[in-house]
Write a protein of this length. Structure first.
Lengths: 356, 355
């Protein structure tokens, strides 16, 4: 809404300007929205050469790939708003995925990790892994807030602790560090099953969970005191403290919430991929951080929108799918992704400095 | 004053301790085993077997996780030698060049202790450069050759069922685990080359990559982790563009390892394939992990190439026993597959199709 009125005002202003200023403003507009313009051009270009790129199955694929990555990105976004980051996210996802999968293997599966274990109700496992994630997050937040450490350091450390625990977990029961698969119907159905199809293509259930979480997170960020405190602490912790915000509690809560979202991501990943090992979740945080910064969640702190996070996640997935469709040389794909992150952040910083 | 006091105390106590420990080791065989990463399921199987074997031998051993970092590993080796290891067993991280392996050989040489490389291959020159050095592993190219044979064998037996669109050609996708890894390169190359050769001999056309625009003729895990999730995401994306109704469905899926095969199968499951009954797209892997064996038994996967983890562990244990009993490192290996000019023991691969 705000953007609309701003644009309208911008347009009214634009009409009153002399040609030189008009030209400058047009250029500004193009630079500021370069990413979106680029994205639209890319989509059109891919769609022309590979028409199926915009077919319902393909769109639903982009949607579901994005949905799988959204919760972790929403969690990390909170940490970035606090001028922090979270390197432990990927490993937390891995641990949660392995725990969920190990508890939800089909009874009678030959390599069941805990052979005596009967079928655990899915909702119990969801609660458990979300609790594990939240606990990891709470520890991250606690160390950050209480010991006054930068989250980069804290999560660099906890990431290792989680990985070690995960390796130990994988040797429990009958499992010798093997990947965990052979999942129970109740689990795979809950995640990969579908109750709604569009144009003959099923939308996997986890897309809806991701959607619900996004709505909740939008509400938390925009409509709650906690959300407002988060942005206040992010832009200036001293000022927030002076105006009566409990900075310590806010930081711990932001990280706890992030951890809970990693738990959700892990739970989804467990069944979505169907094979869980110590490598599960590796580097997930990097994609999530990239998505956040592409979407305008800024490392200067206190700046970011749910809309931006969604945009960033979807953009990265469109690039992945688009480049696969076009069969672009794999080496080039790394370079393209790197350039996009760099350009997106440069544009973003430029906007921020202008505003300042 | 205080600041200087603490380090001195620490130093003195270390000296005292090292004085006490200096005589330890010596006669006992103390084996240091370095794994390139604990997170690899196949390597975990080797580790479990080797731990058992070494315990049975009654030698002292310590396992190290190099966590996919050659720097970490080289430093661990250095530390283990200073700690008094009398034998090194190394699953090298860096396979792209000889430098790291040669560095470890030099360390072993100056300590005068035997060194066994395993699983990830080092070049003949490195092994030959030190008389107390050997390699236990597979012939990296063999897995690729064997997978090619497995693929051709299956396709020739089930040609019409595999050729879903009836155009007389089999379209395939290949998931590569890592760029620049010798095993991944060999598997990627030979699986297709050998399958094509056998298909040609049987008078059939060669396999064709599902997307003719892709010149690489493979899709690689960009994180280089041979991961199920990379294969899964590629596969779901492919399935949106290439379908049976579109008459361009992918008709065979070749994976560098079983993890990637699992990921691809999960994607196929969601699309209604490979559920044990009904339509099944042939999926081929390498490793014969427990999960893959279960999938093959359930009819959801076609076949895999078995890497004999236990055989590898037994061979390493044999060499350890030689060191323990003060025999030549390569003593009693006549019955094993050993390369002619160099101390390299080859553990054969095997085709596994659940039969």
């Amino acid at each position: 809404m705000k953007k609309n009125t701003m644009m309208r005002r911008g347009f009214a202003e634009y009409k009153t300007l002399d040609p030189a200023a008009k030209k400058r403003m047009r250029r500004e507009f193009f630079i500021n929205n370069a990413l979106y313009i680029f994205l639209i051009i890319v989509i059109i270009a891919i769609a022309i050469s590979r028409p199926r790129f915009l077919s319902p199955p393909s769109l639903i694929n982009i949607l579901s790939l994005s949905a799988a990555n959204l919760p972790i990105a929403l969690g990390i976004a909170g940490a970035i708003i606090l001028t922090g980051t979270d390197l432990s996210a990927g490993r937390a996802v891995g641990l949660c995925a392995c725990v969920a999968a190990s508890l939800l293997q089909a009874t009678g599966y030959a390599n069941k990790m805990f052979p005596e274990l009967s079928t655990v109700p899915v909702y119990l496992v969801v609660l458990l892994v979300v609790a594990i994630g939240a606990l990891i997050g709470a520890i991250n937040g606690f160390c950050t807030a209480k010991f006054n450490l930068h989250p980069f350091i804290v999560t660099l450390a906890t990431q290792l602790i989680i990985y070690g625990s995960l390796l130990m977990y994988l040797t429990l029961g009958t499992n010798n560090g093997q990947s965990i698969s052979g999942l129970d119907e109740s689990y795979t159905g809950f995640i990969n099953g579908s109750f709604l199809s569009v144009g003959g293509t099923a939308i996997p259930n986890f897309v809806w969970y991701s959607l619900i979480i996004t709505v909740i997170m939008w509400f938390v960020w925009n409509k709650t005191t906690f959300g407002k405190n988060m942005f206040a602490v992010g832009s200036n912790p001293e000022a927030a403290h002076v105006s009566g915000v409990n900075v310590t509690r806010t930081i711990i809560l932001v990280f706890t919430l992030a951890g809970a979202l990693y738990g959700v991501t892990g739970f989804i990943e467990g069944a979505r991929i169907g094979s869980n090992s110590a490598a599960t979740g590796l580097n997930y945080e990097l994609d999530a951080i990239a998505a956040c910064v592409i979407g305008g969640v800024s490392f200067v702190g206190g700046i970011g929108k749910i809309r931006g996070v969604i945009m960033g996640v979807v953009l990265l997935r469109i690039i992945f799918v688009g480049l696969t469709f076009l069969a672009v040389n794999q080496n080039l794909q790394y370079i393209i992704k790197g350039l996009i992150i760099l350009i997106a952040c440069a544009i973003d910083m430029r906007k921020y400095l202008v505003r300042k | 004053m205080k600041k200087i006091f603490l380090p001195i105390i620490a130093l003195v106590s270390i000296l005292i301790f090292s004085g006490c420990m200096a005589d330890e080791g010596g006669e006992n065989t103390s084996v240091a085993v370095f794994y390139y990463t604990y997170s690899d399921p196949y390597i975990s199987t080797v580790r479990a077997s080797l731990d058992r074997e070494l315990e049975a031998l009654g030698v002292e051993y310590q396992d190290y996780d190099s966590n996919s970092s050659q720097t970490t590993q080289s430093e661990q080796v250095q530390t283990a030698i200073t700690k008094g290891a009398t034998m090194l067993v190394v699953n090298i991280v860096e396979t792209g060049s000889d430098d790291a392996a040669q560095g470890i050989v030099e360390q072993a040489r100056s300590a005068g202790i035997p060194l066994v490389f395993f699983n990830r291959e080092v070049s003949d020159n490195v092994i030959a450069s030190y008389e107390k050095c050997a390699f236990v592993g597979t012939d990296a190219a063999e897995a690729g050759h064997m997978q090619g044979e497995l693929i051709a064998d299956y396709i020739l037996k089930n040609y019409d069922a595999t050729d879903l669109n009836g155009d007389g050609k089999i379209s395939y996708v290949l998931f590569k685990g890592q760029d620049g890894n010798a095993e991944a390169e060999f598997r990627t190359q030979y699986a297709v080359e050998d399958a094509n050769k056998l298909l040609r001999e049987a008078g059939k056309p060669e396999l064709s990559f599902y997307n003719p625009n892709n010149r690489d003729k493979y899709l690689v895990d960009k994180n280089g982790t041979w991961s199920a999730s990379a294969a899964n995401e590629y596969m779901t994306t492919i399935l949106t563009e290439y379908t049976e109704s579109g008459k361009n469905m992918v008709e065979a899926i070749i994976c560098n390892n079983d993890g990637m095969a699992e990921g691809a199968i999960t994607a196929l499951n969601t699309a209604g394939y490979n559920n044990g009954s009904g339509k099944t797209i042939p999926v081929f892997g390498v490793d014969a992990t427990e999960a893959a064996v279960a999938l093959i038994r359930a009819g959801k996967m076609t076949g895999t190439i078995k890497q004999d983890a236990e055989g590898m562990a037994k061979a390493i244990a044999h060499l350890t026993d030689n060191v323990k009993s003060v025999r030549d490192l390569m003593d009693g290996t006549q019955d094993m597959h050993v390369d002619t000019n160099v101390s390299k023991i080859r553990i054969p691969y095997g085709i596994y199709t659940g039969e």
